[in-house]
Design a binder for this molecule. Sequence first.
Ligand code: HEM
Length: 206
Amino acid sequence: MPVRRGSSVSEIDDVDESKMAYITRAEVRRHNTPDDCWMIIHGGVYDVGRLLHKHPGGSQILLKYAGMDATLPFDDVGHSMESLKYDMPAGSLKGLLEPNDTPVEKQDQPNDSDITDEKDTHCITMAHDRTLECRMVLNKLYTITLYTTILICVSLLLYTRLTWQSQIKTQHTTAQEIRHHQEHIFTSDTHLETRNEEFGIPAWAY
Ligand code: HEM
């Protein structure tokens, strides 16, 4: 993965550095809960609270870096710098990292067990993600049921229509045959004569 170590937030954002507050790592570290989650990326201090549940990579990964410098993991995953400008909700940039603060390479890296011990965020996130997963599964089930019902209804309609059509066709043909046969019988002179004779009507009477 391309890592752009050394890039600064002011290079990608229209940031007027003179108007931005400088924030220390210690201050950022205090904002490490799902309700108050800050992180440092490329020298910018971001409040990721509003991004948490919209982040395509999930909220859990962001909470893992809550209160920390997430520049390296941010780059390692392959995010573009433009992502900070266009995907970060407006107003998320709280300030710039105090320039004389400890460099990122010397920072502690997060460790899953630390997170569970130090913060309750892990449990909260897991519960949240499980709820989301359940909702997604239910949504999928609902969609599958809906489509299956529609498919069954359409198949039934087609089947009924086809069966009726063939029945109607058969009835129609039989009716036509009968009519044709009758017409033939009644227009046939020989038959008329025979019939008249049967009823005792002489041929000259017709
Ligand atoms: C705080 C600023 C961040 C923003 C604005 C952001 C934004 C995004 C966006 C737009 C995507 C989807 C497209 C892409 O890959 O670029 C994404 C995916 C992802 N992000 Fe972030 N992200 C941020 C921070 C982080 C951090 C600190 C991590 C930690 C490692 C992270 C991990 C991930 C992962 C794992 C994915 C999924 C990648 C994939 O499915 O290929 N993100 N993020």
